[in-house]
Design a protein around this ligand. Structure first.
Ligand SMILES: [Zn+2]
Length: 444
């Protein structure tokens, strides 16, 4: 009995103790919305939300004093954030200076600055996007809209950081789009991007040729976007192209073989590469074009015509198409091209005789006759699904299967309506030796 009373007394003691602590705790909140006004002409002038970036709140007793971390949170899908904060005891009474920093880092993506080196620390900077000029005494601080734009305050107006904001929104859109196909279509590991990047002392060779290009490193899953004395690769196409290289690395089983090939040849752009090497460049360009079209409402470029493929291949053997990135780009763009029967694959100087200095296919003369066409339309999702296991417990595509024949076989297994016979018709279109037109292949 006595024990019981003691227990009740002890619980009552704990209860009142917690009440004292509660009474001494004050609650605060810092909120706002972060957006970016786009610079890239491909995106026109839009104001887009910064989604899923890290927001950090700091406090100090002096305006130019030492700011200590107070709390952090993440921006939501509309770019807004609201971070609850607490203080205890006497500190509640006095005001404090507040600083807000933004860091472009989450589980999927991190953006590295110009001087990010090999150290795993300090690769991603948190930049100030707000600092109070007076002590804040209210419990709720709403900072309203904070927009990355020209002449904006703090780091919101700083060139490279503003470009990071834009890059962040572009990649967020691509991540969301790919994930909308299914979880397995998303990125599997965090992607890092370094912009601006320039590791060479000299940007151009004596012949005026560029020495360094933007690239996606498979070993550290990092994209390097070049900005040097004459060039800035910060374009929508380059950003998406490099990202899709990483997507391919993350969705094939085992290493791509690119690293070894590069060490042997010091380039992956040899005249005729093994199919699995040419595949990566061709695929990245194809996927970038379709994403530009489907996510950013841009016109995708067309497949190459046979004249171009022939001159490029300097020989009329099909296997050469497979050993060229342009062959792969053409094949994949053709499969996903709407109304393919309206185009001619002959280029300038061929049957249609137009002497245009163009590498891409053009619309043919449609006046002669009408055709009844039957074709299984292939989507970007279908092409991407070719990388994924064909059955439960199966494996993603291996580099040995990255040739025209095996790749199409996998596609046929992924797309039930597509027959092997129909799939092979696309090989005809990128075969420099063939004279078949799409309307002959797909229509009656
Ligand atoms: Zn590339």
């Amino acid at each position: 009995m006595k024990n019981h009373i003691l227990k009740i007394l002890f619980l009552f003691f704990l209860y009142s103790l917690s009440f004292i602590v509660m009474a001494g705790e004050c609650k605060y909140q810092v909120s706002g919305t972060i957006q970016v006004k786009t610079i890239l002409k491909e995106l026109k002038k839009q104001t887009l939300p910064i989604i899923g970036a890290k927001v950090k709140i700091f406090k100090s007793q002096l305006h130019k004093g030492i700011y200590v971390p107070w709390g952090e949170g993440k921006t939501k899908s509309d770019g807004s954030f609201s971070i609850p904060l607490t203080l205890k005891g006497k500190k509640c009474e006095t005001g404090r200076f507040i600083k807000v920093k933004l860091k472009f880092q989450n589980d999927l993506l991190e953006l590295r600055h110009k001087h990010a080196g090999f150290s795993p620390f300090f690769k991603v900077k948190a930049n100030t996007i707000y600092r109070s000029s007076e002590k804040v005494t209210t419990s709720e601080l709403d900072l309203g809209k904070m927009i990355f734009k020209k002449n904006a305050n703090y780091s919101l107006g700083v060139g490279d950081f503003r470009k990071h904001a834009e890059l962040w929104t572009i990649y967020s859109k691509v991540f969301d789009y790919l994930k909308s196909f299914g979880e397995e279509f998303g990125f599997q590991k965090r992607v890092a991007v370094k912009y601006p990047h320039n590791s060479l002392i000299s940007d151009y060779g004596p012949d005026g040729k560029r020495l360094e290009r933007s690239y996606a490193n498979e070993l550290n899953q990092t994209i390097y976007i070049i900005k040097n004395s004459r060039t800035d690769d910060f374009t929508l196409r380059t950003l998406v192209h490099e990202l899709m290289h990483i997507w391919a690395y993350q969705h094939i089983k085992g290493p791509s073989g690119l690293v070894g090939y590069w060490l042997q040849n010091l380039t992956t752009h040899t005249p005729f590469a093994p199919a699995h090497i040419a595949f990566h460049e061709g695929f990245a360009e194809f996927a970038a074009q379709r994403i530009l079209q489907e996510v950013f409402e841009k016109k995708a470029s067309k497949p190459y015509n046979r004249s171009f493929l022939t001159t490029l291949l300097a020989g009329k053997k099909l296997k050469f198409s497979e050993g060229k990135d342009s062959g792969w780009t053409s094949l994949l763009l053709s499969m996903t091209l709407e109304n393919i029967q309206n185009y001619t694959y002959f280029g300038p100087g061929d049957v249609y005789g137009e002497d245009l200095d163009k590498k891409k296919i053009i619309k043919r003369d449609l006046s002669q006759s009408e055709y009844l066409c039957e074709r299984t339309f292939i989507t970007l999702k279908d092409i991407l699904s070719t990388f994924l296991p064909l059955s439960q417990g199966g494996e993603n595509v291996k580099r040995a299967k990255l040739n025209f024949g095996d790749f199409l076989n996998r596609l046929v297994k992924r797309v039930p309506e597509l027959t092997s016979k129909e799939a092979r018709k696309y090989i005809e279109l990128v075969n420099p030796r063939s004279y078949k037109e799409p309307f002959e292949l797909f229509c009656n």
